[in-house]
Design a protein around this ligand. Structure first.
Ligand code: THU
Length: 139
């Protein structure tokens, strides 16, 4: 389990990364901060598209940029989302597609922190994506 200092740092980075979101359509800015097992932190924000479907969530932005940088082992992610230009007012949980992308690279004990206005909630990937399909199923 992540120590409190690292968890708070991830939460702060997720909040800062919201400022980089490109959200002209939903106006809902999400930031993520992904901790690799080697201690490096990768940021992400949601990047929307006029065709809507190609929109990339904050979590996937962080995961894909980390994987492209050569990372394959991850410990935790923090996610913060809410109306752009405003402080967050609620918890924002990863969508189903992002949970499945986490499943590709992260183990069942991968920690997912939802950043709320006054507290942080902790889940594991196996809690948010039970009975999942993953790389092992194709071996
Ligand atoms: N979004 C994320 O980036 N992450 C989440 O966990 C939930 C949703 C984005 C997608 C879209 O740009 C906006 O939030 C509204 O759905």
């Amino acid at each position: 389990m992540l120590d409190e200092t690292t968890r708070d740092r991830l939460a702060q980075e997720a909040l800062q990364n919201r400022e980089k979101a490109y959200v002209p359509y939903s106006g809902f800015a999400v930031g993520a901060a992904l901790l690799a097992e080697n201690g490096r932190i990768y940021g992400g924000a949601n990047i929307e598209n006029a065709a809507f479907g190609p929109t990339n969530c904050a979590e996937r932005t962080a995961l894909f940029s980390a994987v492209f940088a050569g990372e394959r082992h991850f410990a935790a992610i923090a996610v913060a989302g809410g109306k752009a230009g405003n402080p967050i007012s609620d918890f924002c949980a990863p969508c189903g597609v992002c949970r499945q992308v986490m499943r590709e690279f992260c183990g069942p004990d991968f920690e997912i922190f939802l950043v709320g206005p006054h507290s942080v909630r902790r889940y594991t990937l196996s809690e948010l994506l039970p009975e999942s399909f993953g790389p092992d199923d194709l071996r």
